[in-house]
Design a protein around this ligand. Sequence first.
Ligand SMILES: [Ca+2]
Length: 252
Amino acid sequence: MRNLILFVSLLLVSSSELVLTPISGKIQTNGALLVVADETIKLDSYTCTGDVDKLTSPCQNAVDGEWKTKLTWNNTLLGDFCVIITENYSLQDPTSNISWKFKAYHYREGSLIPKPMRIEFWNGSSWKELYELDDTDHTNEDFIEVLSVPKEALVNGKTAIKTTLMYSSHVAGAIPPSYPERLLHYVEFFEAELSSYNENNGGVPISFLFALVITAAIIFGGLVIMHKRSRPRGDIQHRGLKELGGFREIGS
Ligand SMILES: [Ca+2]
């Protein structure tokens, strides 16, 4: 138990392991060590449009709150397709700052789409670009991005975010009898999360202060346990010697 507490303490203290995001009441680590949900934001509705019939998993996977499940393409298909996920949120505090964190997978075997993923927000009159993935970024890996969302994305306490995912596959060099080369390029999508945060006077994120308090509490707890374990041992040895001495005296 003591070793476990010390390990957790060191893990929290280590700046290389701890990634603080400026999100109210939330501490996110690389290993998802501790997460406190932001309850000031509610997902009202979502839609999936486009070539959803080319997916091999339900659209709900993109909004189920589970970072392991994702939208997956049927990558045996040839052609160009896209799926658009639109998520509508309401926020308790319409003045707060908001961030958009998402996880996706970018597969590229031959570049077919210059910008295979695009994220936009609704400003009350039109969709505006928030993010575009370049065909050379995060290739053949899962990746996470955290984006600051402009204030204009908050319209009457609500905000809408639209994510466009693209798929493209074609055959090149198909001249018999040589084997054709198959080009394949797409983005799959795990999940996104809209969060709010408020900056305090010093500009230090609330989550940072929260992390400091928890770290101090764990270290203090570990020290108290270590101290308690070290003291009784000495007392027992001392008592044992006294009792043994007393027995000898009686028996002599
Ligand atoms: Ca998911």
